[in-house]
Design a protein around this ligand. Structure first.
Ligand SMILES: NC(=O)c1ccc[n+]([C@@H]2O[C@H](COP(=O)([O-])OP(=O)(O)OC[C@H]3O[C@@H](n4cnc5c(N)ncnc54)[C@H](OP(=O)(O)O)[C@@H]3O)[C@@H](O)[C@H]2O)c1
Length: 328
């Protein structure tokens, strides 16, 4: 059986999730793909700490070490922030490795660049995990875009914000009470700034914009408003009128070709595709010329939804890659 070597960059929540899924699904993936995947390196900042029993010998802090591994062909990236993630993936692509990332901060800014570089080097970039977690929005959009034009995207792209707005409406909580509960359930980070300020949703929206329109609006022109100023009284008043607050990230191409985007709370009525999307769910409504409006709804994030779509990206790459080079 042929073997492909892979590296995991970043071994926190998502990185460990990838490792567990690859182990749990080892036989199944082998049978389905006809190829065995071996995790040969794991890159972290502190290689002395063994996070998962049996992985100490795989740990490294050096990208040189990762790329020096003979037969390295796939790099999963689950580090935080733009750098050194981008530089590592650039090197991996130049080394003819396929790369699969969950890093939305890096990909929102450098994704188009990385994909152009990957094209030149004949490798693939998987980035389903960057946006809307377990909702297969990237692969669905890629398919749709083969025939349709997407004119507008509206999304609930941050599960924490959506959870807070749902709690405020359903239980009459204040923003602070709902946030505390989201944190105690592990939905919100200890520092929830990126979630509630709209910055997290903004990064995901820019990734969708690049995919749908091949470009992004100038980031400085995009108004990004969070949900922290919404009061329980406003939520109640909206509810009484049959309306719901949703934190909507939206981007559209105008008739003059300009791309415009905004992120912020919006009141939606029963007819709106995002009206029924509650709790930590994410959703993306795509307006297209032939299909009409298509709405995808599902779990936004977490270790396994995120890691599993990265492994799906890997399987898709293997499937697509006729004449994939394998070491035996
Ligand atoms: N958690 C989710 O549900 C989720 C969902 C979608 C996307 N994402 C994205 O996935 C990525 C990883 O998220 P996470 O929740 O798994 O983060 P995490 O638990 O904080 O893990 C981050 C990992 O990256 C490593 N790391 C950080 N800086 C590094 C550097 N300069 N060089 C090498 N390794 C470095 C850390 O190493 P040490 O262990 O040595 O500190 C750690 O293992 C992020 O970009 C995040 O936005 C996460």
């Amino acid at each position: 059986m042929a073997t492909i070597k892979a590296a995991i960059l970043g071994f926190g929540t998502v990185g460990q999730g990838i490792y567990h899924i690859l182990n749990e699904k080892r036989e199944e993936l082998k049978n389905k793909l006809g190829i065995e995947l071996e995790v040969a390196k794991i890159l972290v900042t502190d290689a002395s700490r063994e996070r998962v029993p049996g992985t100490a010998h795989l740990m490294t802090t050096s990208m040189d070490d990762v790329l020096a591994e003979p037969g390295m062909q796939v790099v999963f990236e689950a580090i935080v922030n733009e750098e050194p993630a981008y530089s590592y993936l650039k090197r991996a692509v130049e080394h003819k490795c396929h790369v699969i990332t969950a890093n939305k901060v890096m990909f929102a800014k450098r994704g188009l660049e990385l994909q152009a570089l990957a094209k030149v080097n004949g490798v693939f970039v998987g980035y389903e995990a960057t946006t809307a977690g377990g909702v297969p929005v990237i692969k669905t959009m890629k398919n749709i875009l083969l025939v349709n034009d997407v004119s507008r995207i509206q999304g609930i792209l941050n599960g924490t914000s959506n959870y807070i707005l749902t709690k405020m409406r359903a239980e009459g909580c204040t923003f602070e009470e709902a946030l505390k509960e989201a944190q105690s359930l592990g939905y919100a980070e200890a520092d929830p700034y990126n979630d509630i300020s709209g910055q997290d949703a903004f990064k995901k929206l820019m990734i969708l914009s690049a995919l749908a329109f091949d470009e992004q609006p100038d980031w400085a022109d995009v108004e990004v408003i969070g949900i922290d100023s919404i009061s329980p009284a406003q939520v109640q008043e909206a509810n009484d009128k049959g309306l719901r607050y949703r934190h909507v990230a939206e981007v559209e191409r105008l008739d003059n070709g300009n791309i415009v985007a905004k992120v912020g709370p919006q009141l939606v009525d029963k007819e709106h595709p995002l009206y029924p999307v509650d709790d930590v769910n994410n959703a993306v409504a795509l307006e297209t010329n032939y299909i009409g409006t298509l709405t995808l709804i599902g779990p936004g994030a977490g270790m396994y939804p995120t890691a599993s779509v990265m492994v799906e990206d890997y399987a898709e790459i293997i499937g697509k890659r006729a004449g994939f080079v394998v070491t035996i």
